[in-house]
Design a protein around this ligand. Structure first.
Ligand code: SAM
Length: 227
């Protein structure tokens, strides 16, 4: 189980990281259903970590995408993992093995800057762009409009920078019309930051032993007042 000493938290659910990825981040953004009709889809993630969410998304995209469709996957990461550590964590999911190997081929031994990888799938191609550094600084410089956001910092109590009002405003500013977000967190102050940034936020049943998670849609009328 990958664990961060710096933040005192695990990278994903100890119950089952892959099913958490599908339940929270994919289903929470109504994926893969929205892939079916898309020629171009943009996902952005806060916290690349081991790349598990990315690999799970790639599998879902491959299964659902139409010929010639393109997925752009942006992820923001402060502490890029060394290749050996990432490989050790991802070895827990042998049926992602082919995709893990292709990601690892492109991943530096000791990454020290942004990473950009182009991947051809059976159907639909993918570009992965990992923006290295503080999410807030990197996001403020980024130019894209995400159709779906995966908000996956460490727990808000241990990693408040990844859930701040300012960062959530930057997230909303880089969200396409009709764009959505999903996160495992249902913390009240995180939900209020998302609402203040302009999202309509709703609670859903969480993964495994978590009672609730949050998901939402960018409001077309702009930011709304917090509750
Ligand atoms: C819960 S883990 C992400 C797990 C990941 N999505 C996966 O599939 O393995 C949270 C990640 O957020 C990163 N992180 C924490 N604070 C950050 C910050 N201020 N800016 C960018 N990344 C940050 C951590 O280094 C860690 O990799």
């Amino acid at each position: 189980m990958p664990y961060s000493e710096e933040f005192g938290d695990f990278y994903y659910s100890r119950a089952d990281g892959r099913s958490e990825s599908r339940h929270v981040f994919l289903a929470g953004n109504r994926l893969p259903d929205r892939f079916l009709a898309s020629r171009h889809f943009v996902i952005a993630e806060l916290g690349f970590g081991t790349g598990l969410n990315f690999l799970e998304t790639w599998s879902a995209w491959e299964a659902a995408a139409t010929e010639d469709a393109h997925l752009e996957f942006h992820s923001f990461e402060l502490r890029l993992l060394d290749r050996a550590d990432m490989q050790r964590a991802l070895a827990a999911w042998p049926d992602l093995g082919g995709k893990t190997a292709r990601l690892m081929q492109a991943w530096p031994d000791h990454p020290d800057g942004d990473i950009s990888v182009s991947l051809e799938s059976g159907k639909g191609s993918i570009t992965l762009l990992v923006h290295a550094g503080q999410a807030l600084e990197q996001l403020a410089k980024a130019e894209f409009a995400a159709d779906a956001w995966f908000l996956d910092g460490f727990s808000p109590a241990r990693n408040p920078d990844m859930w701040s009002a300012e960062l959530m405003r930057n997230v909303a500013e880089r969200t396409a019309e009709g764009g959505t977000f999903a996160t495992y967190s249902a913390a009240g102050w995180v939900r209020r930051n998302l609402q203040a940034a302009g999202f309509v936020v709703s609670k859903h049943p969480g993964h495994a032993n978590k009672r609730d998670m949050s998901a939402g849609l960018l409001a077309s009328s702009g930011p709304v007042s917090p509750e």
